[in-house]
Write a protein that binds this ligand. Structure first.
Ligand code: PLP
Length: 392
């Protein structure tokens, strides 16, 4: 298999898997247990928390383990907004139109709860504008949530600049607006430092960086107003009830350490492969169009439209050749829904439903890309024979 869908999920790193195995075997204790096997499980969770905190430049007490990116994002948005409203700070939230559905749908749920939400747009390359965020600020604004890197087109967003804008606003208006970022796509490619980003909350999902599925991290800066989403036991300093996923937590810490080390070298190597893939496709399919920008974006992402086809057909044809890629549109109730991100960028609908996302990863090789460069135009030509200028 040539796996070009690392933005969807990544293979579990062997060292992360190794770190998990004891907790799926003899070290099965509940961290709340006061006896030896429970204490060892608690020690593993504490150790993982320290290690994750170090990777992010945070304090261990600021790290919560969750069931993944979706839970982290929902907890941050709903938990902070609710706590701020309870403190009578206001009921307005700012987010962007290009967030992952975890963020968008959490914001829509907050609207159901009576919050007012402004969804800031983006330009044709997928960048949100600071000026638009600034213009959306008002005395009732309590929270802004802006993703660090977009999962469909890979564009990086100016999160540190938003943080500095909010600090200035707080100084001028004596009114603090908290900032969350969805950094789910970032750890393998960017060094993440919560102070450099200036965020109050940050969400991660372990399976996007070589860890297991069903595990995630929420950084919550000390003293950030927060109401927990999950109620029950007192785990995670009363901020996230439920018996800890000890194996997942152990795997998360190892995977995040591995992802955080060598991001620059990894990015440079994968960027060269991504550019080769892009140039190879564009040379063979001249009317293919790249969506998003190729600078100021994740090095592993290539979103490209193949006019005249439906993306699902090409995804299926590539799958038959052993190549895994992703289509930008989702099928619901038998109608093709174009990607909300491409729509926000103003991409015409016909082009949006013809887009594929290729996302490379640590394990992608030159041979993978060479095969893909041949196979993608060939399969495209089969679907739309008149479109190919070079013979496969
Ligand atoms: N945020 C982004 C940017 C993502 O790419 C994803 C997963 O695709 C999520 C959030 C949700 O993560 P999970 O499905 O692991 O909960």
């Amino acid at each position: 298999m040539i796996y070009l869908d690392h933005a969807a999920t990544t293979p579990v790193h062997p060292r992360a898997r190794e770190a998990m195995l004891p907790f799926l075997g003899p070290e099965f204790g509940n961290p709340s247990g006061l006896y030896a096997v429970g204490r060892r499980a608690q020690a593993a969770v504490d150790d993982a928390r320290r290690r994750v905190a170090t990777c992010l430049g945070a304090r261990p007490s600021e790290i919560l383990f969750t069931s993944g990116g979706t839970e982290s994002i929902n907890s941050a948005l709903i938990g902070i907004a609710y706590a701020m409203r309870r403190a009578s700070a206001g009921n307005h939230i700012i987010t962007t139109q290009i967030e992952h559905h975890a963020g968008l749908h959490a914001a829509q749920f907050l609207e159901e709860l009576g919050f007012d939400v402004t969804y800031v747009g983006c330009d044709d390359r997928g960048h949100v504008s600071l000026a638009e965020i600034e213009a959306a600020l008002r005395p009732e604004t309590v929270l802004a949530s802006v993703m660090l890197a977009n999962n469909e087109v890979g564009t990086l967003q100016p999160v540190a600049e938003v943080a500095s804008l909010l600090r200035d606003y707080a100084r001028r208006q004596q009114h603090r607006v908290l900032l969350h970022t969805d950094a789910v796509q970032a750890p393998e490619w960017l060094g993440i430092d919560v102070d450099r980003l200036g965020v109050d909350a940050l969400s991660l999902s372990s399976h996007k960086f070589g860890g297991p599925k069903g595990s995630g991290v929420l950084f919550l800066r000390r003293a950030t107003p927060f109401r927990q989403l999950l109620h029950g036991g007192g785990q995670e300093s009363q901020k996230r009830a439920g018996t800890e996923n000890v194996a997942g937590i152990a795997g998360t810490a190892v995977a995040l350490e591995l992802a955080s080390a060598g991001t620059r070298e990894r990015s440079a190597r994968v960027l060269a492969l991504r550019d080769a893939l892009r140039d190879g496709i564009l040379a063979a399919v001249p009317d293919a169009l790249v969506n998003g920008c190729q600078q100021d974006c994740l090095p592993n992402n290539l979103n490209i439209s193949f006019p005249g086809i439906e993306s699902e057909s090409l995804v299926a044809a590539l799958d038959a050749r052993g190549i895994a890629a992703s289509s930008g549109s989702a099928c619901s109730n038998s109608t093709w829904e174009p990607s909300h991100v491409l729509m926000a960028m103003g991409v015409p609908i016909r082009r949006a439903v013809a887009s594929l996302r290729f996302s490379l990863g640590e394990s992608t090789t030159e041979a993978d890309i060479a095969t893909a460069i041949t196979a993608i135009p060939e399969e495209f030509a089969r679907l739309r024979p008149s479109a190919l200028v070079t013979a496969g």
